[in-house]
Design a binder for this molecule. Structure first.
Ligand SMILES: Cc1cc2nc3c(=O)[nH]c(=O)nc-3n(C[C@H](O)[C@H](O)[C@H](O)COP(=O)(O)OP(=O)(O)OC[C@H]3O[C@@H](n4cnc5c(N)ncnc54)[C@H](O)[C@@H]3O)c2cc1C
Length: 409
C-alpha cells in the first residue's frame, strides 16, 4: 500500500507562506510574533468579521461614528509569572493601558464588596486604549502591517493539493493558497459548525483525511470534544442626560458572586462612558441564562450575520426584556426608579464565549507533517479561556512555525 503523502517531504523554495484563519487576539499575536522573529514569507489573514478583534472586538457603527462598545471581553488580565512577550510592546505603542476603573463585587443581598470575584479579574488588568479592538490593531501594527488581511471573508472549505493548502469560500471558490495553514478558532475543526450552520462536514476533518497524519487526527479528535459556554449580552446605549448617574457610580465593572448570579442571571456589568457624553452599559448573562436562550442569536450577532438570518424579533425582544428587568433590579439601590425602556438596546449572543478545560494540549498545537497549526484560547496552559491564553498561544506557535519553516528550506 502506498504510504500517505507528507506535505513536509515537499521542500519549500523559500521561507514559505502562511494562511492564518481568524483575526482575533491569537491570530493577530501569531502574525506579530512571526514578524518580530524575522519570518520573511508571506502571511495572509482571513477573517469573517468586519475587522480584527474576534471575541475581544469593539462594536463601531458607520452611522454613529462616536459610539464604541466593547461587547465581548472588556479587559485582559495577566496571571502568569512572566508576562506575554507582546504585552510590553503593546503598552509602549499606546495600544493598551492598565485598567484604571473601579471594580466591585455584588453579593446576593445587593451589598457591594470592593474587589474581583472570578478568574477574569485576577492578576494585572489592562484594556484596549480607545476600545478593546485596539489590542488586535496594535498586534497587527507590531507586525509592521506585514500581512495581507482579508476581512468579511468566511473560509468555508479547506483542501490540500500539490503541497499547498487551499482556502475556499462558500461556493468552493478559491480564496487563497499557502504552504502552512493555521486555525486560530475551532470553527473549521469542530462538529458545532454542523449544528450551527447546518454544514454537512467538518472542513478540516475532511481535508485531513487523505493526509494520514496521526498527530493531526489526534488533535482533531481532542478539538471535537471541546465544549464551550455561551453568553447572552445586553447592550444599552444611554443618551447624555440618562448617562449622568451611571457615570457617577462607585464602580465601572461589577462582578456578581455566585448568589448574585443565581438571583439575577447576570455575571458582570461594564459601564463604558462615551466621549460625547453618552454611556454604554453591557450586561453579561450567566452561562445558565445563555444556555436557556441558546437559539436566540440576536440580530447583530456574528452567527446571524454569517448565516444571513432574518431577525426573530419576538423571541429576541423577550430575551432583551428579561435582561433589561434584571439590570434595572440590580441597579435599583444606586439608580432607584431606573427605566431602560427608552434606551437603545441590543442583544449580542456569543455561542462559544469561553471554551471549557482541559482544551487542546500544547503538544498538539503544531502538526508539522501536514503543516497545520492551531492557536487560540482553547490551547491548554496559562490563561486558558482568556485573552492571556490567546496571546500566549499565538506567541508559542510563532516560535514553532518559524523554526519549522527554517528546517523546510
Ligand atoms: C462576553 C465575553 C466576555 C469575555 N470576557 C473576558 C475577560 O474579561 N477577560 C479575558 O481575558 N477574556 C474574556 N473573554 C474571552 C476572550 O474574549 C477570548 O479568550 C479571546 O478573545 C479569544 O481570542 P482567540 O483569538 O482565541 O479567538 P477569537 O477571538 O474567537 O478569534 C477567532 C477569530 O476567527 C474568526 N473565524 C473563525 N472561523 C473563521 C473562518 N472559517 N473564516 C474566517 N474567520 C473565521 C472569528 O470570526 C474570530 O474573529 C470574554 C469573551 C466573551 C465572549
Amino acid at each position: 500500500m502506498a504510504s500517505p503523502p507528507s506535505l513536509l517531504s515537499m521542500p519549500l523554495s523559500g521561507p514559505g507562506s502562511i494562511a492564518v484563519i481568524g483575526a482575533g487576539v491569537s491570530g493577530c499575536a501569531l502574525v506579530a510574533q512571526l514578524r518580530r522573529l524575522g519570518f520573511e514569507g508571506s502571511i495572509s489573514l482571513w477573517e469573517t468579521g468586519r475587522g480584527p478583534g474576534g471575541r475581544a472586538s469593539t462594536r463601531r457603527s458607520r452611522h454613529d461614528a462616536e459610539l464604541r462598545i466593547d461587547h465581548g471581553a472588556p479587559l485582559l488580565n495577566i496571571t502568569g509569572e512572566t508576562a506575554p512577550l507582546l504585552l510590553q510592546p503593546l503598552l509602549e505603542g499606546g495600544w493598551i493601558e492598565p485598567w484604571q476603573g473601579a471594580i466591585a463585587q455584588l453579593q446576593g443581598e445587593s451589598t457591594l464588596r470592593p474587589g474581583k470575584a472570578d478568574a477574569l479579574g485576577l492578576g494585572h488588568l489592562y484594556r484596549g486604549l480607545g476600545g478593546m479592538d485596539h489590542l488586535c490593531r496594535g498586534l497587527l501594527s507590531l507586525a509592521g502591517d506585514g500581512c495581507d488581511a482579508h476581512y468579511g471573508t468566511l473560509v468555508r472549505h479547506l483542501h490540500w493539493e500539490d503541497g499547498l493548502w487551499h482556502l475556499l469560500g462558500r461556493h468552493r471558490e478559491l480564496l487563497g493558497q499557502a504552504d502552512w495553514l493555521v486555525l486560530s478558532s475551532t470553527l473549521l475543526a469542530h462538529p458545532r459548525s454542523r449544528m450551527i450552520f447546518g454544514w454537512e462536514d467538518v472542513p478540516l476533518q475532511v481535508a485531513a483525511a487523505p493526509l494520514g497524519d496521526l498527530q493531526l487526527e489526534h488533535a482533531l479528535t481532542v478539538i471535537a470534544g471541546i465544549r464551550s459556554e455561551a453568553r447572552s449580552n445586553l447592550l444599552v446605549v444611554l443618551d447624555p442626560k440618562a448617562a449622568g448617574p451611571w457615570r457617577d457610580l462607585p464602580f465601572s465593572l461589577l462582578h456578581f458572586d455566585a448568589a448574585a448570579q443565581q438571583r439575577w442571571g447576570l455575571q458582570r456589568i461594564t459601564i463604558q462612558p462615551q466621549q460625547d457624553g453618552r454611556c454604554a452599559v453591557v450586561a453579561h448573562s450567566t452561562k445558565a441564562f445563555a444556555a436557556d436562550h441558546l437559539d436566540v442569536y440576536g440580530t447583530h450577532s456574528a452567527v446571524a450575520r454569517m448565516l444571513q438570518l432574518p431577525p426573530d424579533e419576538g423571541r429576541e425582544d423577550t430575551v432583551i426584556a428579561a435582561l433589561t428587568t434584571a439590570l434595572e433590579q440590580v441597579m435599583a439601590p444606586w439608580l432607584p426608579g431606573l427605566d431602560l425602556g427608552p434606551a437603545q438596546r441590543q442583544l449580542m449572543r456569543w455561542g462559544a464565549a469561553f471554551p471549557l478545560a482541559p482544551g487542546l494540549p500544547s503538544e498538539l498545537m503544531f502538526c508539522p507533517r501536514s503543516r497545520v497549526g492551531f492557536c487560540g484560547d482553547f490551547i491548554a496552559g496559562v490563561g486558558f479561556g482568556r485573552i492571556e491564553g490567546a496571546l500566549r498561544s499565538g506567541e508559542q506557535l510563532a516560535i514553532e512555525l518559524r523554526a519549522a519553516a527554517d528546517r523546510c528550506v
